[in-house]
Each structure stands twice: as C-alpha cells, then as structure tokens.
Design a protein around this ligand. Structure first.
Ligand code: CLF
Ligand code: SF4
Length: 511
C-alpha cells in the first residue's frame, strides 16, 4: 500500500489549526468554490480539471505521460532537442515511455496522489503525429483501468481532423490546440515548415495548411461536444497584436478557453527565436493582452507551461518521485478510494465557501469607492487556495488582482527560493523583487525580519496577518482597508509598475 497523502497535509490544515494568530478566522471567511456561470454538464467536466478551472488548480493535480516523441511541424520557439514548447515548461530531462510503461506510471501516481484527476499527453513531440498510435494505445488502456481519471491531449492541430472520431470514441472531453495565428503572413514568421501529405511544405503555404487544419479540427471538436482549450504563444512584434484576432476566430468556432502564454526565449535554448534575440513579453504586456481578450471566451491565466512528464498540482513538480525505476519498484493496484474521498472533501469545502466568498465580495462592493484602482497582490501558497507557504520557501508567487469588483487570479511568477539551509540568498531575493515588482503587497504564512524590511523598502508590503486563511477573502479584506487609506490620502495607488516573467531552460528529450 503506498503512502496516501492526508487531506490535512494537502491543504495545510494541520498548520491552520496551529495558527492561532491568523487574522480572519477560516470559519468566517472560508470559501472559494465558484461553479462559475456554466451549464451544469460543462461544470461537471471542468470542476476537477486543474487547467480548465482556475479554482480547481488549487486542489487537483494532473500528470503527463511522455509517449509521443515525433513531431510533424517546426516552430521557431522549439529546439528538437527539447520537449514541445507548446505545452512545456523548462526543467529537467523528460523520460520517454512506451504505452505500457505510461499506464503503469499513471496507476502508480494515482494510488500515491489522491489529488490526481487528469492524465494528459503533451509530447514531448506532438500527441497526434505518427498517427497518434502511442497516445491512443495509452488512453485505450487507461479508459479501462482508471475510468475516473479524465483524459486530456494537446496538439499543434495539423493531424487533428483525422482523429476527432477516435478522440470522441475514447470519451476524451478536453483537447488543447496551439494556435498562434489565423493569418499565414504571420504564420510564416513562426513556422518554417510542416510535414503534410507525404511532403514538406515551407513558408506561407505551410502556414496556410496548418491554419486550415487547425480551424477544421477546432470546428470538428466543438461540434462533437468536446471542450477545446486554445494555447497561443505571445511573441512580441510578431503575433502579440494579432492574438486579438486569433481570440475572435477561436471564440467564433466555439473554443471554451484561451490560454495566452509568454514566449520563453533564450539564446541558450538554441531555438531560432532564442538565437535571433526575439524577446518574450513582460508581465504587464502579457496581462494587458489577456485583459483585452477577456470576454465571452474565458482566459486561462494559471498555466505553468508544464513539462511533458509533469506530475502534481500545477506549479509543483513531483516527477522525481515517479521515475521509471521507482515506478517499477512500486506494487500497483488500481484503487480509487482515496481519490474519491479527496473529491468528496473538496466538494464539501466548495459548498461551504461559496456563500462566504460572495459575502466578502458584497461587503467590499458596498464599502469601497469604485474609483479606487485595483491592486496586485502576490501570494505564497502550496495549494488548497490558502496562504500557507513561507516567503523563504516559495518557488512561485500567485498574483491576484483585487478591486472594488472582486479578487481574481491573474498569473504566477516563478522565483528562486530565498531561504536555502536557513539563510537568505541575496541573488534569489533580487529575482523575487523583479518578479513581484508590480505588486502592492505579498501575503505569506511567515517571513523573516530581513526580507520583510527589504520588501518594505521596495514599496511592497509583507502581510502575515492572513496566514493560513483563504486567499481571495483575505485579499478582499486587505483591499477594503487599503481603499480606506487611499480615500484618506494616507497611501497612493501605484498602477504603472511592471515585472519580469522569468524564462527558464527547456526540457531535454531523452531518446
Ligand atoms: Fe496537460 Fe494541457 Fe491537459 Fe492540462 S497541461 S494536456 S490541458 S492536463 Fe495546463 Fe500545463 Fe498549462 Fe497545459 S498548466 S501547460 S494548460
Ligand atoms: Fe516543437 Fe511542439 Fe512545435 Fe513540434 S509542435 S515543433 S514539438 S513546439
């Protein structure tokens, strides 16, 4: 029997009980779940999917199995030595698996990680290149052996129209297509070639074929009732303005979610864009574009550009616990009891929190002058929608925009860990300052005197009084007090600062 993670451990509740000093009590402001404005059938599909629901990403984990090494196109932000950059975060080496190895790994992770709700295939090449054989063999087996896990795949879309029926037959509810352009003139600056119809195409012809196949695949999926997320890589000067048109085109074809991701570009990655000095967007450039595109089509802002073998909650990486050797040594027995118990727990917490969250929103809307500009707040969290991480242990900060109309998640900022072996790392602190420089405050479970003073000096207020409470309610409480101070002229709103999105190394493929 594997180690089953306790719910208290997952949600930081043990620490909550020990935290008598917390500002607002969790019973008073504890809520988070927001079924959103979705038809019940759609909510059922997305409520436990960490990528399709921002709320779910605080509670549920996904894993990727790297069974698809081949690719049928070339993107200028990709180096074939590395995993597919369309859904790939830099990190360490990705372990390529056979379908049999992949199924065993999924069953092993599922028994160890009760938060697991989704199994995705996102490379390391394209999941549907080479006929999608390994992808479908893996999904076929999982649909039989672990039917409670949602199946999810990501593709560049070139081969997609040929496989929609198979995807539907396997009850795959979630498909991601990376769409960076709807105009071949833009596309030829992103894709040097594609392989289609037994030959290689280049230039505008290649981009035109890719575009047509992507639109056809998108329409076929949405007609079949499958939820489609569109990923777009924001490339300043090439497709940044154009992504507004992409957003309109995919919205018109029924896409469910649009995920605009920053280009990760560095000469060390050896990609065309990296070697030619193409930069990625800043935090505010990305947010501005996402804000412009936000409308009927939901915008995803919590993507972590995962590795093709990622395991865990978004933002955490438990892949090293499930290497081939470790999985081979585990006794694997399909059993969904711990997962069911965990899902029941989340469901109960959602119901409990909805009213409290709505009340906190209403209180702020009543008390705060709508003219007070919203602010950004950085949050140290390790899950459960709570402020439950120490400043010095954070590997990322989640960023919320909070104003008179409410609090919403708008992104995350990856940082170096400040506290290494009990002492503060000055270089890491600089990366943190650059990453959250546009935030007015940082919410933490705990922080030492030294970083606290330096944050204050930089104009970012370190806030411990909400330790272990829920994020959104705490942000609203904080904003109410902040707005009061603004109205009295005690503080000024600063809305024009920017921050750096941190690039990182791509994931090297293992042969
Ligand atoms: Fe994986 Fe992608 Fe499915 Fe999620 S990831 S195949 S939809 S289960 Fe999620 Fe990771 Fe972003 Fe992808 S955070 S890279 S959006
Ligand atoms: Fe690379 Fe993915 Fe583009 Fe293929 S689709 S070239 S693997 S980024």
């Amino acid at each position: 029997m594997g180690n089953v993670v306790s719910l208290d451990g997952i949600l930081g509740l043990g620490e909550l009980k020990a935290s008598a000093a917390a500002g607002c009590t969790s019973s008073a402001c504890g809520s988070s779940a927001d079924p959103a404005d979705l038809p019940p059938a759609v909510w059922e599909k997305v409520k436990n999917h960490p990528c399709y629901s921002e709320e779910a990403h605080h509670y549920f984990a996904r894993m990727h199995v790297a069974v698809a090494p081949a690719c049928n196109i070339q993107c200028n932000y990709c180096n074939r030595k590395y995993d597919c950059s369309n859904e790939s975060r830099p990190g360490v080496v990705s372990e390529k698996l056979t379908p049999e190895q992949a199924v065993r790994k999924v069953l092993a992770v599922a028994q160890e990680v009760p938060q697991l709700s989704v199994v995705g295939i996102a490379g390391p090449g394209d999941s549907l290149a080479a006929g999608g054989k390994a992808t479908f063999a893996t999904f076929d087996a999982l649909a039989r052996l672990a039917p409670d896990l949602k199946l999810c795949l990501s593709t560049n879309g070139l081969a997609l129209p040929d496989h929609v029926q198979r995807i539907k037959d396997l009850n795959v509810d979630h498909v991601t297509i990376t769409i960076n352009m709807v105009d071949p003139e833009v596309g030829e600056r992103i894709y040097p070639w594609i392989f289609f119809g037994h030959r290689r195409w280049t230039g505008r012809d290649a981009a035109k074929i890719l575009h047509e196949r992507q639109m056809q695949g998108l329409e076929m999926l949405t007609s079949a009732g499958i939820l489609v997320k569109v990923n777009s890589v924001m490339i300043p000067g090439i497709n940044d303005e154009h992504l507004v048109a992409v957003n309109a085109a995919v919205r018109a074809r029924g896409a469910f979610l649009h995920n605009i991701m920053p280009l990760i570009s560095d000469p060390a990655h050896g990609t065309h864009f990296g070697l030619t000095g193409q930069r990625g967007p800043t935090a505010q450039e990305l947010k501005d574009l996402q804000d412009r595109c936000e409308g009927d089509l939901k915008l995803m802002r919590h993507c972590r550009q995962c590795r093709a073998d990622a395991v865990g909650l978004l933002g955490e990486d438990r892949g090293a616990e499930f290497t081939a050797d470790k999985v081979a040594a585990l006794a694997v027995a399909p059993d969904d009891e711990a997962r069911r118990a965990y899902r029941d727990h989340v469901e109960a917490e959602r119901a409990e929190r909805q009213a409290a969250k709505a009340a906190a929103r209403a209180e702020v809307a009543d008390a705060v002058d709508a003219a007070v500009p919203p602010i950004l707040i950085a949050v140290a969290t390790k899950g459960g929608a709570r402020i439950n991480e120490h400043f010095g242990h954070a590997t990322e900060f989640q960023v919320y925009e909070v104003g008179a109309s409410g609090a919403k998640f708008v992104g995350h900022r990856r940082v170096d860990t400040y506290c290494e072996g009990g002492s503060g790392d000055e270089e890491a602190f600089e990366t943190i300052l650059r990453a959250i420089g546009d935030c007015a405050a940082v919410f933490v479970a705990r922080i030492g005197g030294c970083p606290k003073a330096k944050l204050e000096e930089a104009g970012i207020e370190p806030v411990e009084r909400f330790a272990f409470d829920y994020i959104e309610e705490s942000a609203l409480t904080y904003f109410k007090a902040h707005a009061g101070r603004v109205s009295q002229g005690a503080v000024q709103s600063r809305t024009h600062r920017d921050a750096v999105l941190r690039p990182a190394m791509p994931v090297a493929r293992r042969a």
